[in-house]
Design a binder for this molecule. Structure first.
Ligand code: NAP
Length: 225
C-alpha cells in the first residue's frame, strides 16, 4: 500500500494505511531518530522477522521526557528522514502521533493509542527501542502499564551487558522484556552527528536519501551536537 508523504494529514497512531488489512502483531519502533540510520532499520526488520510482526511503525518522539544532551533537530526533519529511510519497506510505516501530540511524549500514551485503534482486532503490541533506553524503564511514566500492555523489545549494541538490565529492572519487569541482538547497532546517531560536524563521510551508515537530506538542510553542522 502506498505511503502518505504529506505532513498535513490528520494524525492517528499509524496514519498512512487503510484499515482493511488488520495486523495482529504490531511493532512500535520508538526513538528520537536524529538521524535514523541502518542500525535502526536492520533492528526493526530483525524484530519483524523474529517476533513475526505484521508491521513495524516508526514513532519519532516529539518532546522526549528524558534529558537530551544535544541540540535536537526539529520534529519535521526527524519525521522526514524517517519517512525517506523506511519508504522502500512495505512492512514499515511512520506515525506522527508523538510529534503532533502536545506536551511530553510518553510511550504509554502511544501504546494506548495503538491499542485503541486496533481494539477490534485484539492486537498484540511490541514496543521496540534501544537497550539503554529500556534500562531507564522504571523512570518512565506508568512503567508497569507499559509492560502490561506491550512486550518491550530492547535492542542491544555490540558489547552490551545483560546483567545491567537485571540490576536496573529486576526479575518481574524483566520477564516482559525481550532482548534483540543487533550487530548493526554499532552505528549510532551520536556518531553520525559527530561525523557531520567534523566534515567526515557518513556514506553507508544510513540510506542515501537521508544522507542527501542532511546535507541539503545543513543538519548537524554545529560542533555542539
Ligand atoms: P535516546 O536517549 O535518544 O537513545 C538511547 C539509546 O537507545 C541510544 O543508544 C540510541 O541509539 C538507542 N535507540 C533509541 N531508539 C532506538 C531504536 N528504536 N532502536 C535501537 N536503538 C535505539 O532515547 P530515545 O530515542 O529518545 O528514547 C527511546 C524511546 O523510549 C522513545 O520512544 C522514547 O519516547 C521512549 N521513552 C519514553 C519515556 C517515557 O515514556 N517516560 C522515557 C524515556 C524514553 P541511537 O542514538 O543510535 O538511536
Amino acid at each position: 500500500m502506498a505511503k502518505k508523504t504529506t505532513t498535513s494529514q490528520k494524525t492517528t497512531p499509524r496514519q498512512s494505511k487503510s484499515r482493511t488489512r488488520t495486523p495482529f502483531r504490531i511493532g512500535i519502533m520508538g526513538g528520537t531518530f536524529d538521524p535514523v540510520h541502518y542500525g535502526h532499520l536492520l533492528a526493526a526488520e530483525q524484530a519483524r522477522c523474529e517476533f513475526k510482526l505484521e508491521e513495524v511503525v516508526f514513532v519519532p518522539t516529539g518532546n522526549p521526557p528524558h534529558k537530551i544532551t544535544w541540540e535536537m533537530s526539529s520534529a519535521e526533519h526527524r519525521y522526514m528522514m524517517t519517512m525517506l529511510a523506511t519508504a522502500t519497506n512495505p512492512h514499515f510505516d511512520v506515525s506522527r502521533t508523538e510529534i503532533e501530540r502536545k506536551g511530553t511524549s510518553f510511550s504509554i500514551q502511544t501504546i494506548r493509542e495503538f491499542q485503541a485503534e486496533y481494539s477490534d482486532n485484539d492486537a498484540e503490541i511490541f514496543f521496540i527501542t534501544g537497550f539503554d533506553a529500556v534500562m531507564e524503564l522504571l523512570t518512565w511514566s506508568e512503567p508497569m502499564e507499559v509492560i502490561k500492555r506491550a512486550t518491550v523489545i530492547a535492542v542491544t549494541r555490540p558489547g552490551y551487558d545483560s546483567k545491567q538490565l537485571h540490576a536496573a529492572l529486576g526479575g518481574k519487569v524483566l520477564s516482559r522484556i525481550r532482548l534483540l541482538q543487533a550487530p548493526a547497532l554499532a552505528i549510532s546517531s551520536t556518531d553520525i552527528r559527530r561525523r557531520v560536524s567534523m566534515g567526515l563521510p557518513i556514506k553507508y551508515l544510513l540510506p542515501e536519501p537521508v544522507e542527501k537530506y542532511i546535507i541539503k538542510n545543513g543538519l548537524y553542522k554545529s560542533a555542539a551536537r
